[in-house]
Design a protein around this ligand. Structure first.
Ligand code: IDP
Ligand code: MG
Length: 158
């Protein structure tokens, strides 16, 4: 009886759609891109890329919030500058949905350094330099979940 139950539970678990690949990612339009008026053009690229907007808001991060968001980079030489920049003006935060969302969004935005980002990618088109590279994109399903939860409650997702 116990064995049968555990089989049923496991089947329900693996039957969840997109469980293996993940269908959500988290993005921010960074202060330089918002300031330059690129928000609409970047949202159009996101739309054309086939992503659905699950949640979105405009806000200004405090220093402490920017430090917490980028905590994994706290030992890196660029950390202090990154925190200053990310708390310097308003950002747009959003949760995006698509099959294979994390990988496909990283492809859409291009390499971290806009000079190395492929032509036509968001960072190539709208980035200023390696720090002010227009957008954030989660690097894994796990981080997409953590980052989305950092910004949005369940009541803000549709
Ligand atoms: P990613 O955003 O492409 O995932 P990460 O290595 O996770 O790149 O770095 C996080 C952010 O830190 C970058 O998006 C960029 O804003 C900034 N950054 C990364 N490398 C440098 C650097 O060498 N100089 C200045 N800023 C950097
Ligand atoms: Mg990263």
């Amino acid at each position: 009886m116990e064995v049968e139950n555990s089989v049923i539970v496991n089947f329900a678990e693996i039957s969840k759609p997109n469980k293996m690949t993940g269908n959500k990612t988290f993005t921010m339009i960074k202060p330089n891109a918002v300031e330059k008026g690129f928000t609409g053009a970047i949202l159009a690229k996101i739309n054309e890329g086939g992503f659905r907007i699950v949640a979105m808001k405009k806000m200004k991060l405090t220093r402490e919030q920017a430090e917490a968001f980028y905590e994994i980079h706290k030992e890196r030489p660029f950390f202090a500058g990154l925190v200053d920049f990310m708390s310097s003006g308003p950002i747009i935060a959003a949760i995006l949905e698509k099959n294979n969302a994390v990988e496909d969004y990283r492809k859409l935005i291009g390499a971290t350094n806009p000079d190395e980002a492929e032509r036509g990618t968001v960072r190539n088109l709208f980035g200023t330099n390696v720090q002010m590279n227009a957008v954030h994109g989660s690097d894994s399903d796990e981080n997409a979940e953590i980052e989305g939860n950092f910004f949005f409650s369940k009541l803000e997702r549709f």
